[in-house]
Design a protein around this ligand. Sequence first.
Ligand SMILES: [Zn+2]
Length: 48
Amino acid sequence: MAEKCTVCNEKIETTFLEKIRGTYIRKGKKLEAICSNCQKKLKNNSDK
Ligand SMILES: [Zn+2]
């Protein structure tokens, strides 16, 4: 199943282990997928 990034709406690739190249964040009851690019941006923002 292809996940889409919640931030940029791009398809997120998965590894052969079916892990996404990115991360999931929990929003209430829902898990939202974030691609690795947006994950970096989010990290940078939260560091400041
Ligand atoms: Zn993204």
